[in-house]
Design a binder for this molecule. Structure first.
Ligand SMILES: Nc1ncnc2c1ncn2[C@@H]1O[C@H](COP(=O)(O)OP(=O)(O)O)[C@@H](O)[C@H]1O
Ligand SMILES: [Mg+2]
Length: 310
């Protein structure tokens, strides 16, 4: 009798995939939209979303924070992994993200490294998705240090201690107090909401000349794409130009966010100032409603549901 030796190999994801996966976003605002959508989706249901620029240890960073339901250790592990999405429609609100990839592709498009702080009803947790960390430790597959803490004091479980040490060593936050301060930002004393998520991205993407791809100076209350960066991007990814006019939403994050949702249900605040939503459908001179009905449903209906009268 012949013997068959069979081994099942688990697929590994190389750290290089983090960069290649992020190249699906040619435009950086699309990457930011991935993070906004996550807070907007019904499983998080945030009422407010803050976008800011900050400097940590001389490094420019982007911060994204929501006051949604937050994450625990298990859900943060899914957030930092690929392909996990359990979203369903809640009270008629359909989820935008369904493939379980938006956070990874979006955050890694904006910078090389991201740290996530989150507070849910039951716990607080911290996780890091960092290309620099993976390069420095010579990782051959993606590893995400995550730890949770149950009290305000940073007492972590024995099995989480290595994750805490790696985060302290490779993130811009080098002491436990600095990590706790970031968690405290999620639920300030004046706020009624106590849950939410704060994402900080550092090692922000630079252009071929070494400049940051965002301009934080031109408008104190906006995040803009400078014209030279804009030109470089349109050279690489030519846009169909119908006229020489460039819509403001192409280079101003504030303008982009103002038209992001047809029915805005979450307040977006950029650098301390609220974004005024524009209801695009209402600003058009002529509107027409087009109801989309997929063809396969029509043929399915006729084939199987309409009684045969012949
Ligand atoms: N801001 C957030 N607050 C709470 N949970 C989040 C947040 N962002 C992402 N998640 C969780 O992480 C999962 C993965 O996110 P993502 O990679 O964008 O994929 P998708 O949105 O397609 O599910 C989401 O399904 C959600 O459960
Ligand atoms: Mg998503």
């Amino acid at each position: 009798m012949e013997h068959f030796f069979c081994s099942v190999l688990v697929l590994l994801v190389s750290p290089r995939f983090l960069h290649s996966n992020s190249t699906s976003h040619t435009w950086p605002f699309g990457a930011i939209a991935m993070l906004i959508d996550n807070a907007y989706d019904p499983d998080v249901s945030a009422k407010q979303f803050w976008i800011d620029k900050t400097v940590v240890k001389d490094q420019d960073c982007l911060t994204f924070m929501d006051n949604g339901y937050g994450l625990d250790l298990r859900t943060m592990h899914k957030m930092l992994s690929f392909g996990f999405s359990d979203k369903t429609t809640v009270k008629g609100v359909q989820p935008i993200g369904i493939y379980g990839n938006g956070f990874k592709s979006g955050s890694m498009r904006l910078g090389k490294d991201a740290i996530v702080f989150s507070k849910s009803k039951s716990t607080s947790c911290v996780g890091m998705l960092s290309q620099t960390y993976l390069e420095k430790i010579g990782a051959e597959q993606i590893i995400v240090p995550i730890f949770s803490l149950t009290s305000a004091i940073l007492s972590v479980r024995e099995e989480d201690k290595a994750s805490l040490q790696d985060i302290l060593r490779y993130s811009p936050f080098t002491t436990q107090e600095e990590l706790l301060t970031q968690l405290d930002v999620i639920s300030p004393p004046w706020s009624t909401g106590k849950t939410g998520t704060r994402i900080i991205i550092w090692n922000l993407r630079r252009t071929s000349t070494g400049a940051l791809e965002f301009d934080f100076e031109k408008d104190r209350y906006d995040i803009q794409i400078p014209s030279e960066v804009y030109d470089e991007m349109t050279d690489t990814f030519p846009q169909p130009q119908l006229s020489s006019h460039i819509p403001k939403s192409t280079y101003s994050l504030r303008a982009y966010c103002s038209i992001l949702y047809l029915k805005p249900q979450m307040q977006i605040i950029i650098r301390g100032q609220k974004v005024k939503s524009q209801l695009v459908a209402k600003s058009l001179a002529w509107t027409r409603k087009d109801h989309y009905k997929p063809n396969f449903l029509v043929s399915f209906y006729h084939k199987f549901l309409v009684p045969d009268t012949c």
